[in-house]
Design a protein around this ligand. Structure first.
Ligand code: HEC
Length: 132
């Protein structure tokens, strides 16, 4: 009997896992463009080009694309001190930006999939895990 109950639980867990709707990256990128326009464009510019030596580019940024988790941390907690982006040194400060888990996932999906970038989806659950 115990075995049966256990098998039942495993089956339920597995089927609910499978039914989980897949993440709609395209919709997230579309929402992310708005988040970018409101919160990021003033420094990182319309085409993500930034301002050399002052605001690093997000367009084709080796730094951004190298580490998904780090980019989540940067938006949640801000980033300061020396960093090198596409071979150029920056030593500025970006304050933490107050956004929801979904907004952070959306804006990262936008920058990671625009301006010549192409990256795997960032889902809100990943942001939530980093926030903790
Ligand atoms: C007030 C200006 C400002 C705003 C607004 C701003 N940033 Fe930044 N951002 C910076 C600066 C300055 C740095 C570099 C910090 C350093 O030198 O350590 C940076 C670094 C970054 C980096 C890492 C370096 C790179 O270019 O790959 C990413 C990614 C990034 N910002 C994304 C964003 C996103 C997304 C938003 C909007 C949600 C945003 N930033 C809003 C100024 C800003």
């Amino acid at each position: 009997m115990k075995i049966l109950i256990l098998a039942f639980i495993v089956a339920i867990t597995f089927s609910s896992f499978q039914k989980k709707p897949s993440f709609d990256l395209k919709a997230s990128i579309t929402r992310g463009q708005e988040v970018y326009t409101t919160n990021c464009i003033s420094c990182h510019m319309e085409k993500g080009e930034g301002m050399e030596g002052v605001f690093p580019p997000v367009a084709k940024s080796n730094y951004l694309m190298a580490d998904k988790k780090r980019s989540i941390v940067q938006i949640l907690k801000g980033v300061s001190g020396p960093i090198k982006v596409n071979g150029v040194d920056y030593n500025g400060e970006m304050a933490a930006i107050e956004l929801s888990d979904r907004e952070i996932s959306d804006v990262l999906n936008y920058v990671r999939n625009s301006f010549g970038n192409k990256g795997a989806a960032v889902i809100p659950e990943e942001v939530k895990a980093v926030r903790k």
